[in-house]
Design a protein around this ligand. Structure first.
Ligand code: PHE
Length: 458
């Protein structure tokens, strides 16, 4: 069976960047940055992106392109006979599935905020009223469930239409529009009265803040956020590698995606952090941060022209919901491809099963923030548990395994041919990537994990 490939180079970058860019950039990054000390956290995060993120992304692409298949089958094809790599696919499949529940819940919030801004709910609202409306939403289980189900169904429809038709067209338009609006809002936030303190918090590293938050916690948060933002560790990017034409340089693509993804995250921070200092909102407010900050930003940015505030806020939430959607689709695609390839289900049947299960577990996830708040496993509600297990454990463990697999076990000829594009990449760059995959990534990730388990203390 011939696999589809991408219509254009821009198409590939935008689709895989569409998978990378999502709520992790616009929702998670600002609040984690706010909670873990601002600029000093960003510095560590950027180091992880460059030193570990890019090489692991290259490794995922290489395994995808080298095997021409998804995470479900790639180890069956590429792992040396008799080795124990095959079960690794379950980190990918289970990781993608669990992440999808948590992701569609937050994606549902984005759609709900589109509707709220369309209804003009935030026009003239005070910062207190904006904050209250987020808590009201968390307490309103039917509303959250409804929007979560809607995002699942849209994801299903797009997945069902196929990769080329669905994702590539949507991503091109959406990503460009999102970037433009974000830059406009960031310029406004930076110029707001009282933004200076926020800009200092965001740009001038204060290592004391890291000590206060706990060095180990900050390093672990930075590592997992850098993997989360690039969508690496659970095979979501691997599948894009499998669709990638042999003429493209994997390293080049990985660098472009990382640059674009980081640009969006840093711009989101420029919108949110100065604004929350200016409105007196705590930057460590957690997951509610963008929901209680952004509606105020829109109102203030276009205070003289309410219609513009209205149009911009509706457009922004629509684009955010679409960014969440493109990532949801790639997660959906991994599990659908698994059922399709492993059990020979038709794509339609596989996609229906994935969506059905996602809706069921996603409902539990939504309820855990309201009515089922008291129900905890290891002290965490279902929403927080899914977030913790996927973002902190599975992505980083998956990244560790993919580094070791590519660095040590994958056929050297395939590694060389894929990573260098049959010799076009400079040898020192190739050697550096292999050195990182063999030594730096396994040692660094293991140490951070051992520290987290409390066996050593940073
Ligand atoms: N990178 C996505 C984001 O930033 C999240 C994601 C992680 C998507 C892993 C797919 C796989 O929102």
């Amino acid at each position: 069976m011939k696999r589809e490939s991408f219509g254009s180079r821009l198409g590939f970058i935008l689709v895989s960047a569409g998978c990378a860019i999502g709520i992790g950039n616009v929702w998670k990054f600002p609040y984690i940055c706010g909670a873990y000390g601002g600029a000093a956290f960003i510095l560590i995060y950027l180091c992880f992106l460059v030193i570990l993120g890019i090489p692991v992304l290259v490794a995922e692409f290489a395994v995808g392109r080298g095997s021409h298949t998804s995470v479900a089958k790639c180890f069956d094809k590429l792992a040396p006979a008799g080795s124990c790599w095959k079960p690794l696919k379950f980190i990918g499949i289970i990781g993608c599935y669990m992440l999808m529940m948590f992701y569609t819940t937050v994606g549902g919030w984005m759609i709900y905020y589109c509707v709220k801004s369309l209804r003009g709910d935030f026009v003239g609202a005070t910062p207190e009223a904006v904050t209250q409306s987020f808590s009201d939403m968390l307490g309103n289980a039917p509303t959250m469930m409804l929007w979560m189900v809607i995002i699942c169904l849209i994801g299903f429809a797009v997945c069902f239409m196929g990769l080329q038709n669905g994702i590539e067209k949507i991503s091109k338009v959406m990503m460009s529009a999102l970037l433009i609006i974000m830059v406009i809002l960031a310029v406004h936030s930076v110029m707001m009265e009282g933004a200076g303190e926020g800009i200092r918090f965001y740009l001038i590293p204060d290592f004391q803040k890291i000590k206060e938050a706990g060095v180990g916690n900050v390093v672990f948060a930075a590592l997992s956020q850098s993997f989360f933002t690039l969508s690496i560790g659970i095979g979501a990017m691997l599948i894009f590698g499998s669709y990638l034409d042999k003429s493209r340089s994997l390293t080049g693509e990985a660098v472009s995606i990382t640059v674009l993804d980081t640009f969006v995250a840093l711009t989101a921070g420029f919108i949110i952090i100065p604004a929350c200092f200016s409105y007196g909102i705590q930057p460590d407010a957690g997951p509610s941060l963008i929901f209680i900050t952004l509606p105020n930003v829109f109102q203030q940015a276009f205070s003289g022209v309410p219609i513009l505030a209205y149009i911009f806020s509706v457009m922004f939430y629509v684009l955010l919901a679409m960014a969440a959607l493109t990532s949801t689709i790639s997660l959906h695609e991994v599990v659908t491809a698994y059922l399709h390839e492993e059990f020979n289900f038709t794509r339609g049947k596989a996609a229906r099963l994935v969506t059905g299960g996602c809706i069921f577990l996603g409902i539990l996830c939504s309820l855990s923030l309201g009515v089922m708040k008291g129900f905890t496993i290891f002290g965490l509600g279902i929403f927080d548990l899914f977030d913790f297990v996927t973002a902190k454990i599975m992505l980083t463990l998956g990244g560790l395994c993919i580094s070791i697999f590519t660095g040590w076990y994958l056929d050297k000829k395939i590694v060389w041919s894929e990573i260098t594009n049959d010799g076009s990449l400079k040898v020192p760059v190739y050697k550096l990537i292999i050195f990182i995959l063999r030594y730096i990534a396994p040692i660094a990730i293991s140490l951070i994990f051992i520290n987290e388990l409390g066996l050593i203390k940073l």
